[in-house]
Design a protein around this ligand. Structure first.
Ligand code: ADP
Length: 191
């Protein structure tokens, strides 16, 4: 199974991604986690990404695309993967489509998590207190939501046109949202 998770920051993609990846035995590729790992280790990639992340801006497409394509070429991604935080722009989605077409391994589904902006702000403020992420301060959060609306939301129609977009109501407990997501994916897997 090859999946993309779509949804604004705070929609719960990361949490749900872990459950889905385990359930289907596929690799979970989270671009934000890869960047944070690189920042922590002080690599070149980390240094390039950090300034953008701290401002709540997207890292430039060419950097992210190269990183994800490399990751998907690893042997463990051959039997399926779940992308969490990528693609985030139309050029990223186009690059992914080309690579997967070349491999004759198209996406099976794109799952969009729906949450109201009010709920997102409340969740992101809560996360800042719990995790102390430097990109979770109010100004940066607002910037990330604007980046989502302007650059990532257009992917919804990109994937809807391809018949790949599926919605999950992401309001409720983590377990409720997991249940809805797994139910959808099982249905898609058997149809
Ligand atoms: P969130 O869960 O809040 O959406 P992530 O952990 O996915 O955050 O990403 C954190 C930051 O990493 C983003 O704000 C952005 O700067 C950078 N980033 C992650 N994925 C991408 C991507 N596909 N394109 C550009 N920047 C990215």
């Amino acid at each position: 199974m090859r999946l993309v998770l779509l949804g604004p920051p705070g929609a719960g993609k990361g949490t749900q991604a872990t459950t889905i990846a385990e359930e289907f035995g596929i690799v979970h590729v989270a671009t934000g986690d890869i960047f944070r790992g690189n920042v922590g280790q002080g690599t070149d990639l980390g240094m390039q990404a950090k300034a953008y992340m701290d401002r709540g801006e997207l890292v430039p497409d060419q950097v992210v695309i190269a990183m994800v394509i490399d990751r998907l070429a690893e042997p463990d991604a051959a039997s399926g993967f779940l992308l969490d935080g990528f693609p985030r722009t139309v050029p990223q989605a186009e690059a992914l489509e080309v690579v997967l077409q070349e491999r004759d391994q198209p996406l099976d589904a794109v799952v969009r998590f729906n949450v109201s902006e009010e709920e997102l702000l409340a969740r992101l403020e809560g996360r800042r207190e719990e995790e102390g992420r430097t990109d979770d301060d109010s100004e940066v959060i607002r910037k990330r939501l604007v980046e989502y609306r302007t650059k990532t939301a257009p992917l919804e129609s990109f994937y809807a046109e391809r018949g790949l977009l599926h919605d999950v109501d992401a309001i409720g407990t983590v377990e409720e949202v997991s249940e809805r997501t797994l139910k959808l994916l099982r249905r898609l897997g058997t149809s």
